[in-house]
Design a protein around this ligand. Sequence first.
Ligand code: DAH
Length: 339
Amino acid sequence: MEEKLQAIKEEALEQLKQAESLDRLNEIRVSFLGKKGQLTALLKSMKDVAPEDRPAFGQMVNNTRTQIEEVLEETKKRLEKAALDERLKTEVLDVTLPAKKSLIGHRHPNTIAREEVERIFIGMGYEVVEGPEVEYDLYNFEKLNIPANHPAKDEQDTFYINKEIVLRTQTSPVQARIMEQGKLPIRVIAPGRVFRSDEVDATHSPSFHQIEGLVVDKNITFADLKGTLEQFARELFGENTRTKFRPHHFPFTEPSAEVDVSCFKCGGKGCRFCKGSGWIEILGCGMVHPHVFEMCGIDPKEYTGFAFGVGLERIALLKYEIDDMRLLYENDVRFLKQF
Ligand code: DAH
């Protein structure tokens, strides 16, 4: 037994001497000291030792275990130091290298334009509100005086979730939602994302943004609408901007108009930017249709109001003279950084 113990000890120390890695060291530890290791096996054969010799034998096994453990620990330190030395040799840190510049993002032209529009209307006492992007057909069309089979429903190529639910094609449904809440007077703008199944090109995208405006109070007239949007255009495009209201048709306003602003590039003389006309179309607007008031629980004999809808991308493209809408969606920092 004693010889066996001695042999195990010598074998263990020899193997430790030759160990070249921490992994190998662990293997050695397991094979000698582990639960199924050689020393443990020897302890289990204690029953073959004469009872009077057992305490001395046990003592010897424990001494051997301690010795192996000590050498194991020393070897571990040696190997760890060697590994560290090796790392220090290979990992050179050049403290004279210039520091890495961290990239800073940039606000998107859409965001800049939206915040600018919001700033202007907040300045006029408006509140900024939001509505859902996934919307009921009822709000997107029905309550805006666009019944089933109305041609306007085809004009706005709609993504249907099911028969009753759509991706909103316009921010106008927020008008109906706000009016239904019944808190009067109303003076809000509602920016947000809208969806139409359009092909992507320089001026179209299946997902874009609008900003809706709605004012409802007693004695609101078309003159209020004109004054408000004239002021808006001057703040957005410059003090000398003139506006032109062209009669138009929207189902939810009566009368309705489209608004053009004098070209801020040529001042109205006509240039490439305004395609020679001197005018640039920027939004749709009108007086809230009495029918819409009724469907949203407001008495049209007591209240009047106006509404407008602006395409946000259109404003961003115009203001920053970007000639392809697709650039707005690529999010190339080299492009975004210019605004
Ligand atoms: N919702 C219209 C569209 O997407 C834009 C619009 C026109 C909104 C007139 C209005 C409005 O509030 O009064 O084409």
